[in-house]
Design a protein around this ligand. Structure first.
Ligand SMILES: Cc1ncc(COP(=O)(O)O)c(C=O)c1O
Length: 443
């Protein structure tokens, strides 16, 4: 077989239907990434770009890590694939054993998936089935939050709260509802870390408990820090309040940690960072440092034991994916965990934290900037929308950033940052310098 150089710029831009892309615009000015190393991407013009987004919040240990690549290659030599339906390969068990030790007790069991969306749908299904086994089959409602992103499966979409993602897809799942989001520019703009005000917004869950009856609600799912909805930090005390209301009402609390797990906040999980333990945690992305698609859903001893002891003989949870616990994914995930442990990458977040927030908040004095939201290592710099043209300014700023050598993403008019955790202090200064210049050069 002849080998094809996949890095040549393609001539056919129609056969591949791109995800979440304005394809017609893309074709006008296509951009191709051809290689990556450490903090940097290189495009087909040979232009080096600092990766300000860790891919899509997923390359937490930086690009092209030798140790992970080697582990995947070795695994491929030994066992390319074995499924886990009434069978098993040791790697999935060994990796699960290591992984759960990094999450708060009693989250001691993990169900493997292939993506964040699958993790979310898996978590929602586990919540519904759990209540049924407990003799509370009326608990069928699933509660999400406005502005939330939980992936693009029908379950995640239904509890998600982003109108553009929802509006084309009909009625979605019945019986879902949403609590209010916590973004409050009037009270909390330019907060350093978690906003002081807003814990009382958690009480909105009580409104839904009163409306639907606790006995009809299975679970509440929230991102501890909302990402794709524009980077929204939880107000101080808010997550604990949600925990308390869920516990009082018998509602399972699910933290969607697809972006926050694996070090983003300086700990393995936001649950650990904020000291609030949910009943279920969804993960993906950084689990393999984005090398092989994988996700994991962590559940408590109580949930796991309920399935193991109460369900009828046979399969305890009729759910799974061909690639749940794929050997290559397990090899990649184990190697990523080695790096997270050995390089103490998560503690870098703590070390860099003050500098990160200083640099981010220094943008406050730019006239167009209406908010800076920052928590190590996440940031959003929001500029005022151009009258009658929301999002345009954001798009133009990130385009300028790219030309100046920084890949940042815009969510509406917010410039969003989540770099690999290997970023240096100097690179942080460079990142915010490029953003400042780009904002100044955009009218
Ligand atoms: C919080 C959250 N949940 C779920 C998902 C979906 O993950 P995936 O794109 O891997 O399906 C994402 C993706 O960004 C996310 O941010």
């Amino acid at each position: 077989m002849t080998s094809i150089n996949h890095n040549l710029v393609p001539s056919d831009l129609d056969s591949f239907w791109m995800p979440f892309t304005a394809s017609r615009n893309f074709k006008d000015a296509p951009r191709f990434i051809v290689s990556a190393d450490g903090m940097y991407y290189k495009d087909s013009n040979g232009h080096e770009i600092l990766d300000g987004s860790a891919g899509l919040w997923c390359v937490n240990a930086g690009h092209r890590r030798e140790h992970i690549n080697k582990a995947i290659a070795e695994q491929l030599e030994q066992l390319d694939f074995a499924h886990s339906f009434n069978s098993g390969h040791p790697h999935a068990f060994n990796y699960a054993h290591r992984l759960v030790k990094h999450f708060p007790d009693p989250l001691n069991h993990v169900f493997f998936t292939n993506s964040g969306s699958e993790s979310v749908d898996t978590a929602l299904k586990i919540a519904l089935a759990y209540h049924r086994l407990k003799g509370e089959g009326s608990r069928q409602r699933l509660i999400g939050r406005e502005k939330a992103y939980h992936g693009m499966g029908f379950g995640g979409l239904s509890v998600g709260g982003l109108v553009k993602n929802r509006q084309a897809f009909g009625l979605l799942l019945p019986g879902t509802d949403h609590i209010r989001h916590t973004l409050d520019l009037e009270r909390s703009a330019f907060s350093r870390g978690l906003p002081e005000d807003g814990a009382e917004l958690a009480e909105d869950l009580k409104r839904l408990v009163q409306l639907h009856g606790a006995e009809n609600i299975a679970a509440l799912i929230v991102e501890p820090v909302a990402g794709a909805g524009g980077v929204i930090m939880p107000p101080q005390g808010y997550l604990q309040r949600l925990r308390d209301i869920c516990s009082e009402s018998g509602i399972l609390l699910i933290f969607d940690e697809v972006i926050t797990a694996f070090g983003r906040l300086g700990a393995m999980s936001a649950a650990e960072k904020f000291g609030v333990t949910p009943d279920i945690i969804t993960t993906a992305k950084g689990i393999t440092n984005a090398t092989v698609p994988m996700g994991g859903v962590l559940v408590t001893d109580d949930i796991y034991e309920t399935f193991m002891s109460v369900s009828e003989p046979g399969v305890e949870l009729n759910h799974g994916y061909t690639y749940s616990g794929h050997p290559l994914a397990c090899a990649a995930a184990s190697a990523a965990l080695d790096i997270y442990e050995e390089e103490k990458l998560f503690s870098r977040v703590e070390t860099l934290g003050e500098h990160w927030m200083d640099e981010a908040l220094a943008l406050k004095n730019e006239s167009k900037v209406i908010d800076v939201r920052c928590l190590p290592l996440i940031g959003a710099i929001e500029v005022a929308p151009r009258p009658g043209a929301p999002m345009q300014r954001g798009i133009e700023i990130v385009k300028k950033c790219y030309d100046k050598g920084l890949w940042a993403r815009n969510i509406g008019d917010a410039i969003v940052l989540s770099p690999p955790l290997i970023i240096t202090k100097e690179q942080i200064t460079e990142v915010f310098g490029i953003i400042r210049e780009s904002i100044q050069e955009t009218d």
